[in-house]
Design a binder for this molecule. Sequence first.
Ligand code: BGC
Length: 329
Amino acid sequence: MRGSHTRMFIYLTAGILFIICVIGMLYYGYKTFYIEKNVAPSDEYAYHFALIGEETENDYWKRVEKGAREAAAEEDIYLEYVAPQKADNESALKLLDRMISSNVDGIITQGIEGQRFKDLVHKGNEKNLPIVAIDADIPESGRKAYVGSNNVDAGKRAGQAISNNTTGEQYVGIVMGRFDAINQQERIDGLKSEIDQHPRIHLVAKEKSDITETGAAQATYSLLKEHPEITALIGISALDGIGIVDGLHKIAPHKSIYIIGFGLLPETRALIQEDKINATIAQYPEKMGYNAVKIMVKLQGKTVLDKERFIDTDIIKKEDLPPSRGDDE
Ligand code: BGC
C-alpha cells in the first residue's frame, strides 16, 4: 500500500516536472525571437516588407519602426517588424535568412560584418528580393541601398564636439554599443581621425554597453576604475550617454567629466537640459525608417540611383536643442 503511494507520488512529481519543462521550452523558445503574430498580409496591400531591428525593446529601434510604419501607411505596405530579443549578430542573421525564405517583397536590415551577411544578401539578390541596409552599412555586400547616418562622419563630429568645447589635456574614454557592430567601429574611426589632429586629446580605452543603459553605466564604472585620469566620456550608441550619466552619478558624483552622447532620445534631451550631458550627435532614426520604406518601394522591379541616403547628424548642445515635438528624434 505504502509502495503504491510512493510510486504514485513519484509519477505525479515527474508528470508535473515534465509539464513545467514543456511550458518553459515553449515560453523561452518564443521569447528568443519576437515575431509579429499576424504574418499573413491580405491582398489589399501593395507590397509586404520586413524590417529587422537590432533589439526589440530598444527605444532607438522603436523610432526606426515608427518612421517605417508611417511610410508604410502612406504607400499601402504591409510592414512586418521583427528583431532579436537581445542584440546579437547571430540571431539577426538567422532572422534575415528566415525572411529571405519567406514571401516578402523587400527586407530592411542592419549591415553585419562577415561573409555570412554577404552570402545572405547574395541569396536575396538571386531571388530578386531587394535588401536595403539601414543604420549600419556593408556597401560591398551587394545590398541595394543604404539609409542611415554616415557613421565615420558622425564619429568625427563627436571628436569635434570635444576638440571645440574643451581646453587643455583631455583623456577620453569610449562607451560603445557592441564591439562587432560595424557602425560603432566606423564611428570610432571617425572619432580617432579627428582626435589625432589634436595632440592634447588622448583616447584612453573603450568598453561596451551591449546597447543598454545599465551596460553603459557598468562600462563607465570599469573605465573610471581602470583609468582614473579620464576627463571626458563619449557614448557612441543611443543609450550610452544616458547610462554614462547614471554610472557617473553612482560612482563619482562630484567628478567633473565632459560627456558626449549619441542620438536625441527624450532622456538624452532632458539630460542636456539639466547640463548633465554636454553635447550629443543627433541621428533621427524615424527619418531612417521612413526613408528606407520609401526607397524599398522605388526598388520594386528597379534599381535606384541614389544608393546611399545619409540621414544628417548634428552636434547638439543645450543652446542648439530644437523644440521638442513631444516624442521624436
Ligand atoms: C546606433 C544603433 C544602435 C542604437 C542602440 C544607435 O546610435 O546607430 O546601431 O542599435 O544606437 O541604442
